[in-house]
Design a protein around this ligand. Structure first.
Ligand code: GLU
Length: 285
């Protein structure tokens, strides 16, 4: 049975690195509406993988804010479900298994470059709209045995020049060129933490997600993730990218927009219904 023949399984996957704001709520609302329209299942996944950035207080706030806003999920860290655990910090063995597959298939290589090395490397073109500098490939020929006593990351070798295309459920046909729009990307960090791209693919596949609804700022991540699905021999879900919300001065909403945090709005007496009404008056990114 292909993914599209299965019943709809969508997810919302916040990272507890700050308070959720109206922009998150809008993307998540679309995810919830799409799951409801298909009489599907909505999963809440707590993306607390980055222990250097997440805080427990934000996990609690996240659950509270989502419930207040009117979100209801059928599987998640607080309600359980068939693919437990739903906290990324408790799913390490899944990510290690995926990494082992990538190593065995020679899709990744150990990279000792520091962030600074990469930023200052000559001919490292900046990808527009995606803040990751294209990796110049310095460590591509490294073998693990050569990396003695050094911290390293595992980097995915992208097929240079290949066009990665997909049909977005909202934005229509999309294509990105590997090596030009994005370069070799980290799947496992030097501090022994799985990178977002790998954790996300491993989880969306394990949790049988049929459609990923996310912000349009992640379009290139979707292209990277499609390469991971292929390398891991896993069926990819459908994708539906939502335009991002901007504030009055045209700046994208981010966790630092404290005034638009759901809890600040709630304390100011706003209701979820009135907030949903404002989505139509804010310009999309
Ligand atoms: N935790 C990620 C974020 O909040 C999830 C992105 C995604 O939908 O894959 O940006």
């Amino acid at each position: 049975m292909s993914l599209s023949e299965k019943s709809y399984r969508g997810r919302i996957a916040p990272s507890p690195t700050g308070y959720l704001h109206l922009g998150h709520a809008r993307t998540f609302w679309v995810a919830q509406e799409r799951a409801r329209a298909q009489r599907g299942t909505l999963i809440l996944r707590n993306e607390d993988i980055d222990s250097t950035r997440y805080r427990m207080e934000f996990v609690e706030a996240m659950l509270e804010d989502l419930k207040w806003f009117g979100f209801a999920w059928q599987e998640g860290p607080d309600v359980g479900g068939p693919y437990t655990p739903y906290d990324q910090s408790r799913r390490r063995e899944h990510y290690l298994a995926a990494l082992d597959k990538l190593i065995a298939g020679n899709f990744v290589y150990p990279c000792v470059c520091s962030r600074k090395d990469i930023q200052t490397a000559a001919h490292a073109p900046h990808a527009e709209d995606d803040d990751e500098v294209i990796y110049p490939g310095t460590c591509r020929e490294n073998r693990k045995s050569e990396i003695v006593n050094r911290k390293f990351s595992w980097r995915f070798r992208v097929p240079d020049g290949e066009t990665i295309s997909f049909m977005d459920g909202n934005l229509g046909p999309q294509s990105f060129i590997a090596g030009k729009d994005f370069g070799d990307f980290v799947v496992w960090r030097p501090d022994d933490v799985p990178a977002y791209q790998l954790a996300c693919v491993a989880d969306d596949a394990a949790m049988q997600i049929t459609e990923v609804v996310r912000g349009a700022d992640l379009l290139k991540s979707t292209a990277r993730q499609l390469l991971l699905y292929r390398a891991l021999n896993l069926p990819a879900p459908q994708f539906f990218h939502c335009p991002l919300l901007c504030d009055d001065s045209g700046v994208r909403l981010a966790k630092r927009h404290a005034a638009l945090a759901l809890r600040t709005l709630r304390e100011a007496g706003k209701t979820p219904e009135s907030l949903r009404a404002t989505w139509n008056s804010l310009p999309p990114a």
